[in-house]
Each structure stands twice: as structure tokens, then as C-alpha cells.
Design a protein around this ligand. Structure first.
Ligand SMILES: O=C(O)CCC(=O)C(=O)O
Ligand SMILES: [Fe+2]
Length: 627
């Protein structure tokens, strides 16, 4: 989508790029002249000043026409995170609008050798039916035969309706009420060893020992304390052969091995919800066989605190080959990623990210879907301070607290985005082999892949990547300019002052529009805007409309504009609307709200009542103290 021609664009860019801000134009661009050049209001036709819902006048200025909107459209952060224990995912050729045709005709995706399952430690996790406890295999090796008894056709949601329509979604599923994800080989807390044999096996290097130090199931008591890695620690792997001769350094080994979902939950927290408690709950298993697929949709939310989806791909028992097709496609802000998920691969994304599963052309594709809640369901800490096990709900597989903020110095180079929040992950307080191993894998993976270290311009601007480093700068620039507009607004024609309103880059259920549930760029902006103490920020769900404003001076083309027509409760209501002392400046912005408006049909993975549906939200920014 392009608003105006290249000549006009370059004029605008020249006007703003690198120019020293004139004294009377603290926005930094030649906005006074620019306003005249853009002829916002030729001969009084369709003025950009619109009437606000409470009768006040507001300026509605299209994206890219206001320096502030331009800056805002560049504040974007990744909306998903992926981890593959097998290394970088392969690059996949992909044409979104032709995907049906491509997959029907194209057999060139090729044979993939059987995938060896390892490293995340998830492959050992057992699956079982809830009714009778019948084992269904493990994540690494699902027992398809046993699973078949539980499978039922998948539905999807259109508005409040639950629909079965194979042209949109063809697949099978098992709900969490019918099956469990059982951690640690079938028992939540292994009972203490009852015999010497069992004891031996537990700490010996038996391949069927769930605590065998392969992958993330690595566990040995005292390992968090470097002292116990010495030769007198009988449980340290190098000393295992000595355990019958040396008395244990500690009276009783701990019996709870690490939860393989904890590492995932930590990454989800770090990547998508920094500074928030995170709980993962199993939601359902999805199975697609040849011809199975799911059109683009957004996952429905199941609580106000539900803000993400984690997918973990499974392997199929006795299957020599994997599946073909069945790619997971994620799409937001003009960026798209395609994943070929192998067993143990994990992908997490915000619930409002549109995604699809392209048709499976061969084999069976199985995934587990976990809801990500921003809740703390942890049990009280033990004396080591590291109990992070889930306490609530039969389907909860991991829950972690808010991390202790640590000043980010070590990780700025490799994770510049951490400067926003601090990074607990790269700063262990003690030498911890579990941590080191995970870090090693993470680093290897991340230095090799194209993990989104980019910000992307919104879909209505040309999609081009910029380094994440720039986010902080761009955001600070935005905050500085907003403050300037509000302080000196009356002196700047393009800045009427009073309140600056802009859409959130994510869409939310209405009750979730509050600081603790904001996502990605929204939470970053919120903190940046409020941290100076100069600004106050209200947030609210808004009815949102984009319409075409005809400007005869613009080659008779239509310029899209937005209108924030109505705020919803809470905290604003129509009966009790916010009072803005002066006209507001409403900034257009791309992002998910655009998709909400432009999509022909809004699909969810479940039917969804009105209050839980996604809506656009806006930040209302004004000076904390009027001069
Ligand atoms: O199986 C997948 O990869 C995703 C399925 C999905 O999007 C859903 O069930 O909502
Ligand atoms: Fe989905």
C-alpha cells in the first residue's frame, strides 16, 4: 500500500533527514513548510480536523505525513520466538498468496531423513489419556494408534460461532480435558529410591534412567554449588563410579529433576514477556495428515491474562520419515516467517499474531499447543530459591516468576533488545552446568540463524528491516517528540497539543488493555513514555476505522486515514468519557489494528464472545502536569 508518489515521498524524507531543527520547529523537520506543501486542507475540502467522539476537534493525520507518525511507525519489536534443537531452520521458498497451488503441484520439498530427537529434553515427556491413563507415547515418539481413539475433528471460530469447514481447517485434535502432558516420565515427583538397585539405576548412566545426564534432563544434586562438583561429590558425573565407596556429601539427593518446560518458559519470558511472570498450560494436541491444513487465523484468548501460544512439535512412533508440507506461517507487520517444525522444535508467538498451517502433503504432523498466561503459579521458593514448578491446574507444565532485574552489561552486544529490560538469562549467580549447557546451545543457535534481530516497518510502509539497536533510539526520539508536541504544541501547526493518541501495535481483548498485559513494542513505548515522569498515559480499547479521504490535489488518489471513533470501557465509558482540555492529535499507525479492520473475515481457533474478541487499543498521552 502506498499513500503517495515517490516524488512526494522523497520531498518528505529530504525535509526530515538530517536537517537541523529550526528554532520554531522542535519536531526536527521542516514541518511548517511541509504542511503547506502537503496541502492538507485544500479549499476547505475534507479538512483533516475531525470531530472527536465527545464533540472536541481533533487532527487526523495519515501515517508518514506527520513526523511523529513516521517515527512511531518504526517502533516495532519481534512478535514471535522460535527454538529448534536441530539448529537453524532451513530457508523455505514461500509465496503467501499462492500457497494452495504451490503445495498441490509441487513435490520438490524433498525427502527429509528421519530426524533425531534430542536436546530440549522434551522428547522424554510422556503423554497419557486423562480418563484411563493409557499411555500415548512421548513428545518425541507419539503412539499414533493409541492416540486415534481420542482424536476428533478440529473446529475453528468465526465470531462467536464454532464452525467445521474443511476448506478453512482440516485436521484432528485432542483437547486437554482428554489427555495430559505428564512430565518426568509419568510421575510428578519420583518417590525416593526403595532399594539399592533402584538407587544405583537412578544415579547410574542407564539409558532408561530419566535423570541420565543427556539433554536437559541432566541433573545431579549439589550441582548448583561449584563446591559439590569436586572429587568428593559422589553425584558429580565424573565421580559416579565412586558413589558406593564415598559417603554422600549431602544427606539426601533431591528427587525432583528439572522440568524440561522450564527452559522454554524462561525463553518465552525473556523473548516475549520480559519482566512478567509466565505460566504455560497445555491446551490441545493438533494432528494434520495429508491434506490437513489451517487457514490464517488468530488464536482465541482464554483469559484476560492469556497472551501467547507456544507450539511444540512431536515425533511419530515407528515412522521412518517425517511429514512434508505442513509449514507453520506467522505473519505480522509485513514480516512473515515460515517454519518447518521438527520434533522438539518450539515456536512461541503473541496470541494476536496471524498464523496458518499449510497443507500437509505427506505423513503426519503433530503439535502440542500451550497457552501462555501472564500469571505466577509457582510454589513458594525452597531454600535454594529455585523452585519454579507449577502449582495450579492439571494442565500447567511450567510457571516462572518475575526475574530479578540485573543490569544488562554482558549481553548488550548479542541481545541489544535486552537493554530495554535487563537480562537475567545471561547472568547466572553461580556456575551451573545446566545453565551453561542451555546457554551454549542458545548461543550456537542464535549466532547462526536469522532469528528476528530486526525491526520491521509496518505493513503500510515499505517492508524493510532495520537493526534492533535502533529501537531504543527511535523510541526515545518518539518520546522526546511527543513531549515537545505537548509542551510547545501551540507553536507548531502540525501539533495542536493537548493529547496525543496513537493505536497500540498489538490488538487485545478489551479487559487486557492495561500496563501489565501490554506486549512487545506497546510495553516498550509505555515504559519509555511514563519513565520520564513528564507524561501520563491512559489506555483504552477503541472502535477503530480506516477510511479513504479524497484529496483532489493528490493525483485524485485516496489517502487512507484513521478515526478513533469511540472508546470502550474500561477505564473510559461513553457516560464518563475522558476530558481532554485541547484538541487531540491522533497518529495513524500500521500494525495489527489495520488487519483487524481490513480482513474480510476474522477467524479464531475457537468461537469467541464479543467481550473476548480482539479490538484495537490506543494510548492517550498528555503532560503529567500542565504548565
Ligand atoms: O499446529 C500448528 O502448528 C498450529 C495450529 C494452530 O494454529 C491452532 O490449532 O490454532
Ligand atoms: Fe492457531
Amino acid at each position: 500500500m502506498q499513500y503517495f508518489d515517490e516524488k512526494e515521498r522523497s520531498l518528505l524524507e529530504e525535509g526530515n533527514a538530517g536537517a537541523h531543527p529550526p528554532l520554531n520547529d522542535p519536531l526536527g523537520g521542516d514541518t511548517l513548510d511541509r504542511r503547506a506543501a502537503l496541502r492538507f486542507n485544500p479549499e476547505g475540502e475534507d479538512p483533516p480536523v475531525r470531530t472527536w467522539y465527545n464533540g472536541q476537534q481533533a487532527w487526523y493525520i495519515p501515517q508518514e505525513r506527520h513526523p511523529l507518525a513516521k517515527v512511531l511507525s518504526q517502533v516495532a519489536l519481534p512478535k514471535w520466538w522460535n527454538f529448534s534443537p536441530h539448529g537453524p531452520p532451513p530457508k523455505i521458498p514461500y509465496w503467501r498468496h499462492d500457497w494452495r497451488r504451490d503445495y498441490e503441484d509441487d513435490h520438490t520439498w524433498g525427502y527429509k531423513p528421519p530426524v533425531k530427537v534430542e536436546t530440549l529434553g522434551l522428547e522424554e515427556v510422556q503423554l497419557a489419556s486423562t480418563a484411563d491413563g493409557v499411555p500415548l507415547g512421548t513428545i518425541g515418539s507419539v503412539d499414533l494408534q493409541a492416540l486415534r481413539a481420542l482424536l476428533e475433528p478440529s473446529h475453528f471460530g468465526r465470531g462467536a460461532d464454532t464452525i467445521y469447514d474443511e476448506s478453512v481447517r482440516k485436521g484432528l485434535e485432542v483437547k486437554a480435558s482428554k489427555m495430559n502432558v505428564v512430565r518426568w516420565n509419568g510421575s510428578r515427583e519420583p518417590s525416593p529410591p526403595s532399594s539399592d538397585d533402584e538407587d544405583l539405576c537412578r544415579y547410574n548412566l542407564c539409558s532408561h534412567n530419566p535423570y541420565y545426564p543427556g539433554s536437559y534432563n541432566l541433573y545431579y544434586p549439589g550441582s548448583r554449588n561449584p563446591y559439590y562438583q569436586g572429587s568428593h561429590n559422589p553425584y558429580y558425573p565424573g565421580n559416579l563410579h565412586r558413589r558406593h565407596h564415598d559417603p554422600p556429601a549431602r544427606p539426601k539427593p533431591q528427587t525432583v529433576p528439572p522440568n524440561p518446560f522450564t527452559g522454554l518458559a524462561k525463553n518465552v519470558q525473556k523473548r516475549l514477556f520480559p519482566g512478567r511472570p509466565v505460566t504455560l498450560r497445555f491446551y490441545k494436541l493438533a494432528l494434520y495428515e495429508s491434506g490437513g491444513h489451517f487457514e490464517f487465523h488468530r488464536d482465541s484468548t482464554h483469559a484476560d491474562s492469556h497472551h501467547g501460544t507456544l507450539l511444540v512439535a512431536c515425533g511419530v512412533k515407528d515412522s521412518q520419515t517425517y511429514y512434508d508440507g505442513g509449514h507453520l506461517i506467522l505473519s505480522a507487520d509485513g514480516a512473515e516467517d515460515v517454519f518447518e517444525l521438527g520434533p522438539g522444535d518450539a515456536v512461541a508467538f503473541y496470541t494476536d499474531v496471524q498464523h496458518a498451517v499449510s497443507p500437509v502433503t505427506r505423513g503426519t504432523r503433530i503439535t502440542l499447543q500451550f497457552d501462555i498466561f501472564l500469571e505466577d503459579c509457582t510454589e513458594p521458593e525452597d531454600e535454594d530459591g529455585d523452585t519454579v514448578e507449577a502449582a495450579e491446574g492439571p494442565n500447567t507444565v511450567a510457571s516462572i516468576r518475575i526475574p530479578t532485574p540485573i543490569v544488562p552489561t554482558a549481553c548488550v552486544t548479542c541481545h541489544p533488545e535486552d537493554t530495554l529490560y535487563g537480562c537475567e538469562y545471561d547472568s547466572p549467580s553461580v556456575a551451573d552446568p545446566y545453565y551453561e549447557m542451555e546457554k551454549e546451545k542458545r548461543m550456537t543457535y542464535e549466532t547462526k540463524t536469522d532469528h528476528p534481530k530486526h525491526i520491521w516497518f509496518n505493513s503500510s510502509a515499505p517492508a524493510k528491516p532495520a537493526p534492533t539497536l535502533a529501537v531504543t533510539d527511535i523510541m526515545n526520539d518518539f518520546v522526546r517528540k511527543v513531549t515537545t508536541v505537548l509542551r510547545y504544541g501551540s507553536a507548531i501547526p502540525l501539533a495542536p497539543g493537548g493529547t496525543v493518541v496513537f493505536l497500540l501495535s498489538h490488538i487485545y481483548r478489551r479487559m487486557s488493555i492495561r500496563p501489565s498485559y501490554l506486549k512487545g513494542a506497546d510495553v516498550a513505548l509505555y515504559h519509555a513514555l511514563t519513565s520520564s515522569g513528564e507524561l501520563k498515559v491512559y489506555m483504552n480499547a477503541v472502535a477503530y476505522q480506516r477510511y479513504n479521504w479524497y484529496n483532489p490535489d493528490e493525483d485524485a488518489r485516496y489517502a487512507p486515514m484513521i478515526e478513533v471513533t469511540q472508546p470502550f470501557a474500561p477505564p473510559f465509558t461513553l457516560e464518563n468519557p475522558p476530558v481532554f482540555a485541547e484538541p487531540v492529535l491522533v497518529l495513524d499507525r500500521g500494525g495489527e489494528a489495520d488487519m483487524l479492520e481490513n480482513d474480510e473475515i476474522q477467524l479464531g481457533n475457537d468461537g469467541c464472545g464479543e467481550v473476548w474478541r480482539y479490538s484495537a487499543g490506543a494510548m492517550f498521552v498528555s503532560l503529567a502536569q500542565e504548565d
